[in-house]
Write a new protein. Sequence first.
Length: 122
Amino acid sequence: MLVVNKPRQKPGRPRVADRPIFDALIHLARTGSQWCTLPAEFPPKSTVHDRFQEWVKHGCLEAAWGLLLQSYDKTLGIDWQWQSADGCIVKAPLGKRTAQGEAQATGANPTDRGKSGSKRHL
C-alpha cells in the first residue's frame, strides 16, 4: 500500500525500507517535533521527508488511513454521527510601543495587563 513502484533513475544506495520511514512519521506525529529533531535511530530527515512527499503525492497515506478506519469500524465500530472539533490556543500578542516610543507593559496574559486585550484562538 505504501509502496510506490518508481524506477531507479541512477545507481547509488539502495532505497531505504518503508517501515523505518513510516515509524519516523509516526514518531513525528506523536511527539509533534520538527523534522530537524528526528532522532538518529530513524533514517535521515531528508529521506523521511522525501518519502512522505512521495506518499502524499501518490495518495498512499490517504489509502492507508481509509484501510485503518475500515478495520477499526469492523472491530469496534465507529459512531459516524458523533463529531468533535479541535482547537489550539496561541499566545496573546506582546506589547506595542506608544507614539512616544515607550514599550507598554504586558503581563503573562491579557487579564494580568490592566489594559484591554484579548486572547486569540484558532
